[in-house]
Ligand binder design. Sequence first.
Ligand SMILES: C[S@@+](CC[C@H](N)C(=O)[O-])C[C@H]1O[C@@H](n2cnc3c(N)ncnc32)[C@H](O)[C@@H]1O
Length: 480
Amino acid sequence: MDTIDRSTLPSPLKKGSEVILTIESAAFNGQSVARYDGMAVFLTGCVPGDTVRAMVTKKKKSFAEARLLEVLTTGPERIPPRCKYFGDCGGCKWQNLEYKAQLYWKRQHVVDAFERIGGFDEVDVKPTLGCDEPFWYRNKMEFSFSSNRWLTASEIESGEEFRKDFALGLHAPGRFDKVIDVNECFLQSPESNRILNATRSFALDHQLIPYSTRDHQGFLRNLVIRTSLATGEIMVVPVTADTNPPLMDKYVKHIQENVPEVTTIVLAVNRKKAQVAFSEELYVLYGPGTITEQIAGNTFTISPFSFFQTNPKQGNKLYEQALLAADLTGEEKVWDLYCGAGTITLAAARQAETVVGVELNEGAVLDARANAVRNNTPNASFIAGDLKDVIAELEGGTSSTPRPDVVIVDPPRAGLHLDVVSSLLRLLPERICYVSCNPTTQARDCGLLTEAYNVEYIQPVDMFPQTYHIETVAKLVRKS
Ligand SMILES: C[S@@+](CC[C@H](N)C(=O)[O-])C[C@H]1O[C@@H](n2cnc3c(N)ncnc32)[C@H](O)[C@@H]1O
């Protein structure tokens, strides 16, 4: 019998030591969690149920971090990742976890957030609504050119010589200066991969130089590809540091020959130093310069950089859930706050008396107004401005914006501004439908709103398979 009192021994959990860990759960940020002598240890590259050998890299008072050295036994839900860049590219951290398990852990994150952050004892979190096809679901990808190629572990192991001054692909995690040269990605579509590879061969054949953030020299910056699920249209947007019409004529011909499915090509020129795939200097090189998508029964025109849900199939499910939570009968006055280009606003307009959308981005509001005309929803109107200011002005109600019976909110990751929460608690609509891409801020805000509201249920919807991100719809009903 072991009579050693382990509490008197120095803990082996110190920086640099090797430990054997069994993974207990998948954490919210894509890391895994194990416990050692009761202390949480965070590490990446593992799935729940794995037993691993790891090296401790950080030891704090209440937690430690470790680096995976070897998987000793695999958890029951571990699967081989489909993509050869898995582990090097930061895009799909959960590709080694069965899809069913991904849905389970996403729901668990929502439960944890509402209990830990929102202070809820019991909350009805429904099972996550998953995707029928957990690959090929994105309608937009942004690839980067770089003169600083990041070699993957398998590229290094292969012993092959690689050209390091050119890459077209995706950033290595946390390395905004380095890019993995990607020739196959399972997130968008096979056509997207063909466009990516045709663009790379064109750039190499013409000896084009990627833009460098070190000396701000070079021509090629990004490649944005957008597709429409409803119409099959494809838009290609090369982002360059300058114009070059004869070269771009050749590029258009090259793409038409290699990927005839492409319906439009727009050149975006970014002359600024900031490395963002965005520009207002646009030149339509081929086709109409836009594509058309349908969501929640409405039609939307998408220009090169306009905001649009990136997974339209699941977007339909999300908006269906939002309308279910809003529970409209045709007679309500609705406010849709943080409305973007009006996708939810227009869907709600078909089931309400009036809907007013509020949005900070003026371009998105112009798109929203055009979308309302295009979809024949005259009962939808839009206000551009910072919501915390706009809502304060609207609180008393105006003839064009009467006080709402129902409010829909869909804020960015940071959640609701405290002033917006306070306004909602004064406005007291009958129902609030809270759409969120971040359960931690949603839980915090719902906790504050319990002063006057019951959270009836939360419906998680998986918009981003293979990642730990989760979108949720919470239905809040005013206390009687
Ligand atoms: C998650 S998106 C919601 C988009 C829209 N509901 C949809 O489904 O397409 C959040 C939106 O909030 C807008 N936004 C961010 N900060 C804002 C603020 N302070 N006031 C108003 N809108 C804001 C962003 O521009 C963005 O369009």
